[in-house]
Design a protein around this ligand. Structure first.
Ligand SMILES: Nc1ncnc2c1ncn2[C@@H]1O[C@H](COP(=O)(O)OP(=O)(O)OP(=O)(O)O)[C@@H](O)[C@H]1O
Length: 202
């Protein structure tokens, strides 16, 4: 992982940001998927679809390099943000301390108060995660996306637990990221709220 390095998202990038060929995965005795190929270039988005247990999270984990596929290859042209089901907040962490920690770890130049404000977290900024609502925890985790520019965003069910305003906020973040030349892969149940460049149905 490139730590403390801010990657320019816009700029002359040649080739895809992310590509995969021939991905196959087995879990237990079940073949989850075979022969999955995909590619996203700057400004493109891809939505993963499929019923519960179809393998969306598994595919995202493979794309992020967190799980090794049975077959196939993944190529990423730069660093990515990984946004998982679990927010990764410890019970004692507040939105400010959580984002502050990652900000320092990444050498972020983003203004923490601006990130908290953008995520609608000014009021609960100093409330420990164990007292935050599910949506506030989600917004805190999503705030990490704004701490460091990374060309590829991998989002697992980014709208979970969010109210209508939170959902609009995520949409705005995605749109801004795509306009800036980034790419997004997201596993989404139901309406994505945007027209993806492509879809993979598992
Ligand atoms: N580490 C693992 N070991 C064994 N089986 C696993 C493992 N991880 C996932 N599975 C199984 O693989 C299948 C796909 O899981 P996955 O989480 O990728 O599905 P999903 O499409 O993201 O589902 P959902 O929509 O419910 O989030 C499930 O049957 C799950 O139980």
């Amino acid at each position: 992982m490139l730590r403390g390095v801010t990657s320019p998202v816009s700029g002359p990038l040649s080739g895809p940001l992310l590509s995969a060929t021939g991905l196959g995965m087995i879990r237990g005795e079940r073949v989850l998927f075979t022969g999955v190929g995909l590619s996203i270039a700057a400004g493109e988005s891809l939505v993963l679809r499929g019923s519960n247990g179809a393998g969306k999270t598994t595919l995202l984990r493979i794309l992020a390099g967190l799980t090794r596929p049975e077959t196939g290859d993944v190529t990423r042209s730069g660093p990515h943000h990984w946004f998982a089901h679990r927010e990764g907040l410890k019970p004692h962490e507040t939105p400010r301390t959580h984002l502050g920690l990652w900000s320092r770890a990444w050498g972020s130049e983003s203004d923490l108060d601006s990130v908290l404000s953008r995520m609608g977290l000014k009021r609960p900024a100093d409330v420990p995660a164990r007292y935050l609502s599910a949506g506030q925890r989600r917004r805190t985790a999503l705030g990490r996306l704004l701490l460091e520019q990374r060309p590829i965003w991998m989002l697992d069910e980014p709208y979970t637990a969010l109210d209508a305003e939170g959902r609009d906020l995520v949409l705005e973040l995605i749109e801004d990221h795509l306009k800036g030349g980034g790419g997004v892969v997201a596993a989404i149940h139901g309406e994505s709220g945007f027209v993806p460049t492509s879809e993979v149905v598992l």
